[in-house]
Design a protein around this ligand. Structure first.
Ligand SMILES: *Cc1c(COP(=O)(O)O)cnc(C)c1O
Length: 384
């Protein structure tokens, strides 16, 4: 057994990020400024979108994307139940309703065939689960038919591709996260990409109190003390300190993805012969960001359940996580909307048997082998 604990995730920084932070401190400009603009430009170019607006989280990005789309009280938004709190909570900010959708058995992405549309449906919020792009063509054509805005939650999907396009250049608006555990990080941070200039302007304005364009320049030489409040906005702007880190992390995004893809391939090979473990299903025609490596246990072939499996891995010094506790199983959604576990049979069943293994670029060959060995030892000891 390994001597030290392997955490579920560790971010990777080099001298480049350190230098960038120190240069920003020395520049005297800490909040939204030239580094945020440079990060936005580099990010838009990287994903192939016309505009990118940096924000202080993906949650803020989702909120302001919905705001720009014109979501209003009483509207409905299709949201997968297999996601994090943020994807659905932002819909409540508008007194609108997230209508949950079950997931597919294979990719765990939302199952469009189970989506319930009504005359009130205004938008769809697909999540690229674990970094594997959703089936976007049917989502886009459903959206065109019913006049829905497609806002992708791409918190896991940098970089990922579908149909020859990077995620970020596919739907109407795409929201990214730079939270500490995501594929690139600024500590906290987010980004919206879109080809629609009016939406980008609206999001930028609402991210800084709803005050008129280029408000951040008011303390520069070319800036003015005069500003106008156009709408009651929010305080969602990214700092230059964070953007300085983001610029350097973005340069490494491809290398990080290759490292994660190698780890995924090693796990696939190392666990392939175990019928007790289902490794992730990947579909052709897309590039997987490999933010998560999610395995599913075959409960009828094991004498221990998922929770015990996680404890057994912890005892072997391997950190894990679970993605996700489906929204419909949480008290708020259960009590507010009367959702029952059986309303989303796939997500409910998957939740009971799923766990996520460590997958981050700085894992060593030994770390990867330790995870494989630990999983194999537990399976062999507890197989039926
Ligand atoms: C992490 C995450 C978010 C939220 O990102 P923040 O930047 O922390 O706001 C949203 N959606 C999903 C699917 C996530 O995993």
């Amino acid at each position: 057994m390994r001597a030290d604990f392997l955490p579920f995730h560790l971010p990777e920084f080099g001298p480049e990020e350190r230098r960038a932070v120190l240069e920003t401190l020395d520049s005297g400009w800490l909040t939204t400024g030239p580094r945020v603009s440079a990060f936005e430009r580099a990010f838009a170019d990287y994903v192939g979108a016309r505009h990118a607006v940096a924000l202080n989280s993906c949650t803020a990005a989702l909120h302001l994307a919905l705001e720009a789309s014109g979501l209003a009280e009483g509207d409905e938004v299709l949201v997968p139940t297999m996601t994090f709190a943020a994807t659905a909570e932002v819909v409540h900010y508008f007194k609108a309703r997230p209508v949950l959708v079950d997931c597919r058995e294979d990719t765990l992405n939302l199952d469009l065939d189970r989506a319930v549309l009504t005359p009130k449906t205004r938008a769809i919020l697909p999540v690229h689960f674990g970094g594997q792009p959703c089936e976007m063509d049917p989502i886009l054509s459903l959206a065109r038919t019913h006049g829905l805005t497609v806002i992708e939650d791409a918190a896991h999907a940098l970089p990922a591709e579908y149909g020859g396009k990077r995620v970020g250049a596919i739907g109407d608006m795409t929201c990214f996260s730079f939270y500490a555990t995501k594929t690139i990080t600024t500590g906290e941070g987010g980004m919206v990409t879109t080809d629609n200039g009016a939406w980008a302007d609206r999001i930028r304005m609402m991210s800084l109190h709803g005050i008129s364009k280029d408000a951040w320049k008011r303390y520069t030489k070319e800036g003015s003390w005069r500003y106008e409040i156009i709408a009651p906005g929010y305080k969602y702007n990214l700092t230059d300190l964070a953007a300085a880190i983001g610029i350097e992390q973005l340069k490494k995004a491809d290398r990080f993805r290759e490292a994660r893809a190698r780890i995924a391939a090693a796990y696939d090979a190392g666990l392939a012969d175990l019928p007790q473990i289902q490794t992730p299903v990947t579909l052709p025609g897309r590039t997987h960001a490999w933010h998560l490596y999610v395995i599913q246990l075959a409960p009828e072939q094991l004498t221990l359940n998922r929770d015990a499996f996680i404890e057994a891995l912890r005892a072997k010094n391997i950190g894990t996580s679970v993605h996700f506790i489906p929204l419909h199983l949480h008290p708020y959604y259960r009590d507010r909307y009367g959702y029952r576990p059986e309303d989303f049979p796939v997500a409910t069943a998957v939740f009971a048997r799923t766990l996520s293994l460590p997958i981050f670029p700085s894992m060593s060959e030994t770390d990867i082998q330790d995870v494989i060995d630990a999983v194999r030892q537990i399976v062999l000891k507890h197989r039926r």
